[in-house]
Design a protein around this ligand. Structure first.
Ligand SMILES: *[C@@H]1O[C@H](CO)[C@@H](O)[C@H](O)[C@H]1NC(C)=O
Ligand SMILES: [Cu+2]
Length: 162
């Protein structure tokens, strides 16, 4: 029955779309990226990080790297073994759990990037955003990301066609 499928699709769209729409990619340092002499605590302080969001560290590969550390490692700039770090220059870290997370750069040149040049970021990850009220208008709100628009368009077309 077409109407039954329509209802199923509508329910799926209402449940799935808001989650897709709400997840945020946080470009660490925005257009400055992951670099020295940048205040990442200022950058982070007005932002809301949620489970399901992603951190993106952008830098020229070879210049920096990214290590997740604990609070002590953050405060004292303790660099873990190299194999535990990320170094692609476009490192994406999914935020999978709630709580405090700490990241540092492990590069130690003439100056230590973490200890001397402030390459350290601490954030608090909150629970996933509660789904907005299940109405079509919230499910189909305009989003900024092309991929999200494509998903919305596909579901919308499917709902009309079926
Ligand atoms: C934090 O990490 C360091 C290694 O960088 C480790 O020695 C220490 O035990 C850790 N502390 C906690 C509380 O896990
Ligand atoms: Cu660095």
């Amino acid at each position: 029955m077409a109407s039954y499928r329509f209802i199923t699709l509508a329910i799926v769209a209402i449940i799935v779309l808001p989650t897709v729409v709400m997840a945020t990619e946080h470009i660490v340092g925005d257009d400055k990226g992951w670099t020295v002499n940048f205040n990442y605590q200022d950058w982070a302080k007005d932002k809301v990080f949620r489970v399901g969001d992603t951190l993106v560290f952008n830098y020229k590969a070879g210049n920096h790297n990214v290590f997740r550390v604990n609070e002590t490692g953050f405060n004292d700039c303790i660099v873990p073994p190299p194999n535990l770090g990320l170094a692609s220059g476009n490192d994406k870290i999914p935020l999978k759990t709630q709580g405090n997370k700490w990241y540092i750069c492990g590069v130690v040149g003439a100056k230590r990037h973490c200890a001397d040049l402030g390459m350290k970021l601490a954030i608090t990850v909150q629970a996933e955003a509660p789904a907005p009220a299940p109405t079509k208008s919230s499910a189909f709100q305009i989003t900024s990301s092309a991929s999200q628009l494509i998903v919305a368009a596909m579901v919308f077309i499917a709902m009309i066609v079926v």
